[in-house]
Design a protein around this ligand. Sequence first.
Ligand code: GAR
Length: 231
Amino acid sequence: MFEPVPSHTSVSLGTQKVRVAVLVSGNGSNLQSIIDHIEEGKLNASIACVISNREDAFALERAKKHQLPSFYLNHRSFSDRRSFDAAVLEIVREHSAELVVLAGFNRILSTVLLDAFPLAILNIHPALLPAFPGNHAQRLALQHGVKIAGCTVHFVDPGTDTGPIIAQAAVPVLDGDTEETLSRRILREEHRLYPGVIRLFTEGRIRVEGRRVFISPGEQDSSEYLENPRF
Ligand code: GAR
């Protein structure tokens, strides 16, 4: 079911400024939060390029506003997934990116990209994986009736939202929630979690053993449980 990942792999880039390629398809609020963290000096990174597979993605406007190299590649004009990924890879390489960050990018990656960036492609997903992978995660969480929802940052593998989990944040599902209100609550956490994980990456603090990801030195919430509702 899961693709095997190398064991005992340590990702370490030291303290240098990490060049990040951001792949987007939509609004780009996660891209914005990464830009803001960089501009506020909270992330030792720079955005090497922004690539969208949708011409009307507002994320492209955000990139232009911040004078970031931005590109639109129409996936429909490529004969298959691998040739689209090869074009993405060319741009990513031309801009010397070391980390690839999927921020609302709605395409599955082929091995063309995955093999070029082993354990250096991240994704954010609006659910507590492995629950609700794929599209409409917030809607499915509501329909299922879960009491705690959230978001996950994980390494990308060939599956749909199946790669090793790096970090998760939880939010309560409230009685009056709609897909929109729940999505907004989750997004607020995404905007905190994603830059946080990128920072860990830039600090070389992420270690992967099989499917388990460890952060050094430990910076974890040791409270014994999260609950919703509270008793
Ligand atoms: C975010 O909620 C992200 O987690 C989700 O799309 C939204 C993009 O928002 N990604 C997925 O569902 C991927 N399976 P944004 O464009 O405002 O960053």
